[in-house]
Ligand binder design. Structure first.
Ligand SMILES: N[C@H](CCC[C@H](N)C(=O)O)C(=O)O
Length: 294
């Protein structure tokens, strides 16, 4: 199959964007993995599909696959690139679009300074919806919320790995550290991602609080490994920090790929707003083998 694509990045989180508004390519998980492969394919953290509106009042459908080929509910950095793509390719003339995702409708807005602000919807704290299995665990109360102690299966476990658990449509486990650069992300990230208490796996965030308005963040992403930035991870970290009493309502999130600005009122049910860059890197065409092994 020979298809066109556009390579984009948002704060270094990189994507292959496919325009499927004139018809779906019908790609398999193996073919999504091929596109994401940094040696045999184009290379990306996620593959973003632009599809026709599924309903009145919605402009497009936004479908996301991780580099491992699995479809996921949400991608925040991708949402900004999605909006930039549909505007720049003329698929829309609007600056604000309504986009249907697997986890609900989000609203990216192209701003005058070239960045994109996305209404990412409200965070979800119901553990069953994350999903997170807390059976038998004793939470650590923090104000009106709590954190959860995880035992990670690695040689030396000096203390439980304590996380804040929530969903931005996709699952997040946020761990507060003294220094993100010293955090053993490569060692602990996979153990958290595959922890049995997260039946759908989880994105593992490592958050350092610089002050009440600034954090550093590294995220070992479900299905992609550590990325240079994670948009939903930035939203989850800020929401967790606000609920834990560590952060104010507007926070700058410093990632290896750039800075994202996140705002949340602190009121349950209110949406999270994330602002950041969205850049087109190049466009091209690629032949995808038909008979890739699963
Ligand atoms: N790895 C995530 C999807 C991509 C999220 C990230 N790239 C973002 O910007 O939100 C997951 O499996 O839920």
């Amino acid at each position: 199959m020979h298809i066109p694509f556009t390579k984009m990045q948002g704060a270094g989180n990189d994507f292959v964007v496919l325009d499927e508004t004139a018809g779906l390519f019908g790609l398999s998980a193996a073919q999504y993995r091929f596109l994401a492969d940094r040696h045999f394919g184009v290379g990306a953290d996620q593959i973003l599909s632009v599809r026709p509106s599924p309903a009145a009042g919605i402009d497009f459908e936004y479908v996301i696959h991780n580099a491992d080929g699995g479809e996921v509910e949400q991608c925040g950095n991708g949402a900004r690139c999605f909006a930039r793509f549909v505007r720049d390719t003329g698929l829309t003339t609007q600056d604000r679009i309504r986009v249907a995702t697997k986890s609900g409708v989000i609203e990216p807005l192209l701003t005058a300074d070239g960045r994109v602000t996305v209404d990412m919807g409200a965070p979800v704290f119901d553990l069953a919806q994350v999903p997170f299995d807390a059976a038998g665990l004793v939470p650590e109360p923090v104000g009106a919320w709590q954190k959860w102690p995880l035992m990670l299966d690695h040689a030396v476990q000096l203390a439980p790995y304590v996380v804040a658990v929530l969903s931005m449509g996709n699952p997040h486990a946020v761990h507060v550290v003294e220094d993100t650069e010293a955090a053993p992300v490569a060692l602990l990230g996979p153990l958290v991602e595959h922890h049995p208490r997260f039946p759908n796996r989880v994105n593992a965030g490592f958050m350092q609080v610089l002050d009440s308005g600034r954090i550093r963040l590294r995220v070992f992403e479900r299905g992609a490994g550590e990325t240079l930035a994670c948009g939903t991870g930035a939203c989850a970290a800020v929401v967790a920090g606000i609920r834990l009493g560590l952060l104010e309502r507007q926070v700058d999130v410093y990632t290896h790929g750039g800075m994202l600005s996140v705002a949340w009122s602190g009121q349950l049910g209110d949406p999270v707003y994330m602002t950041g860059p969205a850049t087109t890197v190049f466009s091209g065409e690629i032949t995808i083998p038909e008979n890739l092994s699963a």
